[in-house]
Design a protein around this ligand. Structure first.
Ligand code: AR6
Length: 183
C-alpha cells in the first residue's frame, strides 16, 4: 500500500539528486529565470534548448516576472508537463532582501505547481550560479521555504532538488540534515 503523503513529514518529501533537470520526469520543473523571461545561460539556457521554442513563445506573452515571484508555461518537448519560471535574487552581499526573495520564489513556485495539479516538482539551486548567491547560504533558505510550503500543500508528494555537481549536492545534504534535526 502506498503511504498517505499527508501523513509524511514535509522534509521527507524532499529529495536531493544529481543530474540534468531537463531530463526529470516530474509534473513540473522549475527554471532559474530572469525578470524579463528572455532566457539566458545556465539552467535557463538548458531548459529552452531542450524544450524548444514553445516555452519562449509563452514567456514572451507573459513578459515579466518580479524577483521572488514565479510564472508557469507549458514544457514543450521536455518530459515534464510544465516549466515554472522562478526569479531568484541577485546576490548583493545579503542586505538587499535576498533571503526573503529566495524563499518566496520557492514558495510561489510550489503554490503555482499545486494550482496546476502537480504532485511532483524538480528545482535547481536557484540563484547559486550567475546570480552569485553563496550555496552555503542559499541551501538552508531554499530548503526551509520548500519545507514550509510543503506543510501547507500536502498534495505535493515530492520535491526533487537536482544538481549538476556533487559539491552542491553535499551542501544541500548538510542543510537538509539540519532541517530534519530541527523539525
Ligand atoms: N540542471 C540542473 N542544474 C543546473 C543545470 C541543469 N541542466 N544547469 C545549470 N545548473 P544559473 P541563477 C545549476 O546560473 O544563478 C540565467 O542566465 C548551476 O550549476 O542557471 O539563478 C538566467 O537567465 C547553478 O548551481 O541560475 C538568469 O539571468 C544553478 O543551476 C540567471 O542566469 C543555478 O545557476 C539566473 O541565475
Amino acid at each position: 500500500m502506498q503511504a498517505d503523503p499527508t501523513q509524511v513529514a514535509a522534509y521527507e518529501r524532499i529529495e536531493l539528486a544529481l543530474g540534468d533537470i531537463t531530463r526529470e520526469h516530474v509534473d513540473a520543473i522549475v527554471n532559474a529565470a530572469n525578470s524579463a523571461l528572455r532566457g539566458g545561460g545556465g539552467v535557463d539556457g538548458a531548459i529552452h534548448r531542450a524544450g524548444g521554442p514553445e516555452i519562449m513563445a509563452e514567456c514572451r506573452k507573459i513578459g515579466y516576472c518580479a524577483p521572488g515571484e514565479a510564472v508557469i508555461t507549458a514544457a514543450g518537448k521536455l518530459p515534464a508537463r510544465f516549466v515554472i519560471h522562478a526569479v531568484g535574487p541577485v546576490w548583493q552581499g545579503g542586505g538587499a532582501d535576498e533571503e526573503l526573495l529566495l524563499a518566496s520564489c520557492h514558495e510561489r513556485a510550489l503554490e503555482l505547481a499545486r494550482e496546476h495539479g502537480c504532485r511532483t516538482v524538480a528545482f535547481p539551486a536557484i540563484s547559486t550560479g550567475a546570480y552569485g548567491y553563496p550555496a552555503r547560504l542559499a541551501a538552508p533558505v531554499a530548503l526551509a521555504a520548500t519545507n514550509d510550503a510543503l506543510i501547507r500543500l500536502p498534495r505535493i508528494e515530492k520535491v526533487r532538488f537536482v544538481f549538476v555537481d556533487e559539491e552542491m549536492r553535499g551542501v544541500f545534504e548538510q542543510a537538509l540534515a539540519l532541517l530534519e534535526k530541527s523539525a
